[in-house]
Design a protein around this ligand. Structure first.
Ligand SMILES: *Cc1c(COP(=O)(O)O)cnc(C)c1O
Length: 428
């Protein structure tokens, strides 16, 4: 079991040295609990693995996985750079202390206004289409502006179709066949294209597709270097590094992964004689995924056609099971050592049948008032949450060395009205 589960002497689940039962009592539920040390450790594990094989290496943390400001601050302190996929994420990164040279913007289907905004912030632009390139030339003065392009290496991978972002079905990137032309066009328009990027998907535990994509992108880079005469400053291989969600899955062997990817990188640099550009990757899930739990209180136990364990949050709080059919490991936090005896469904409180966190899960006998911990709730968890069913978004707590701090207040009913306006004529 590689799920990093810690159980204390009371038989309660712990995170970051803090007892989840006490956290739930102090802050209420539902509650996201983020483990600071785990984030730092995850970051350093990847960074050390890659820099061991290639010094000129940088991590661009994919902010969309978790945009909590405290999380951003932790990664800024560690020296991370940022992969931002929207102007709002650029704004968040700047506000949390990342300088523009540490922010790479990879937009898709962005408007002229958005392009102009990110251009004015002086972040590194990673362009996804010829359309965006031409529009950027019109609304700015290219003046030798450094640019990167996202290419589609014609390889995709991921834990769900929605998470595959390379290959023939993907909306992302520039096709291999037109890559050299696009770099030439960028130069003709007055830009200075110096980077190339790809991101093939998310939740990859098997290095093979990532290796294929690395090889494929390096071939495109070689072609572009030769046919558009580009001197690359960086090559960015995107994110996608997976984490185990089930007890059967194994941790990614990050040292071996780094060794293999860097091996391909170096040999292709040699083959094409394209110097020693910086190597970037953009992990999101790997950095924060296993660094948070979602704590939920059991409020009802119903024996219907099936046995339903009702909890105090639904897919508005954690969307992944409903959206991707994702497995999240679930532990009864106050009975962590008890023997699993019952097959149950863990059901949320949203009015939809698809609102289940788990089906047919074998767990210890659960009673009302028990505390449920949903593991691996650090990535694409709070950041995908909503107020659907008029449920205020939940609170987040940061834990470190057993100490806890509130890092996001629980929303109130009043917050549900934020920015809404009732026209005067409809007022009571
Ligand atoms: C989402 C995304 C990532 C991060 O993906 P993970 O699977 O969380 O590592 C990296 N780069 C880009 C461009 C992305 O859209």
């Amino acid at each position: 079991m590689d799920l990093n589960l810690k159980i204390n002497q009371k038989g309660n689940v712990e995170i970051g040295g803090a007892d989840t039962i006490s956290l739930a009592e102090e802050y209420g539920t539902p509650l996201y609990v983020i483990d600071e040390k785990r984030i730092r450790d995850n970051y350093n594990r990847v960074n050390n693995a890659f820099t061991k094989y290639y010094k000129n290496f940088k991590i661009f943390y994919a902010e969309k996985a978790n945009t909590n400001l405290a999380v951003m601050r932790i990664l800024e302190e560690e020296g991370s750079s940022i992969d931002a996929v929207s102007p709002g994420e650029v704004y968040t990164a700047l506000e949390t202390g990342f300088t523009p040279d540490r922010i790479l913007f990879t937009g898709n289907n962005i408007t002229n206004e958005e392009l102009k905004y990110v251009y004015e912030q002086e972040v590194i632009l990673n362009i996804d289409s010829i359309s965006a390139l031409k529009r950027l030339a019109k609304i700015t003065s290219p003046n030798g502006l450094k640019l990167s392009f996202r290419v589609n290496p014609n390889v995709g991978a991921g834990h769900h179709d929605h998470c595959i972002t390379g290959g023939p079905m993907s909306k992302f990137g520039i096709m291999e066949e037109e890559a050299a032309d696009v770099y030439n066009l960028a130069k003709d328009l007055g830009f200075n294209p110096i980077g190339m990027h790809s991101h093939i998907g998310s939740g990859i535990l098997n290095p093979e597709p990532f290796k294929l994509a690395t090889e494929s992108m390096m071939n495109i880079a070689g072609d572009v270097a030769a046919n558009a005469n580009i001197d690359f400053e960086f090559l960015d291989f995107g994110g996608g590094l997976g984490i185990p969600y089930t007890p059967e899955e194994n941790l990614l062997d990050i040292d071996n992964f780094a060794k293999e990817i860097v091996g391909i990188y170096k040999s292709k640099l040699n083959e094409f004689g394209i110097g020693k550009p910086a190597m970037y990757i953009e992990p999101g899930r790997y950095i924060v995924g296993d660094a948070a739990y979602l704590l939920l209180r059991v409020n009802s136990v119903k024996q219907s056609y099936r046995k339903f364990i009702g909890v105090d949050a639904g897919f508005n709080t954690l969307l992944r099971p409903a959206m991707y059919d994702s497995y999240h490991h679930i532990v009864v936090a106050n009975k962590a050592n008890a023997t699993p005896t019952e097959k149950v469904d863990i059901a949320g409180n949203v009015c939809e049948s698809g609102d289940l966190f788990a089906r047919d899960r074998i767990l210890p006998k659960i009673e009302e008032g028990d505390l449920i911990a949903i593991l691996n709730a650090g990535a694409y968890a709070f950041s995908m949450s909503s107020q659907y069913n008029s449920r205020p978004r939940t609170a987040e707590v940061l834990v470190n060395n057993g100490e806890s701090e509130l890092v996001r207040e629980r929303e109130t009913y009043k917050d549900l009205f934020n920015n809404q306006i009732i026209p005067e004529r409809l007022k009571k």
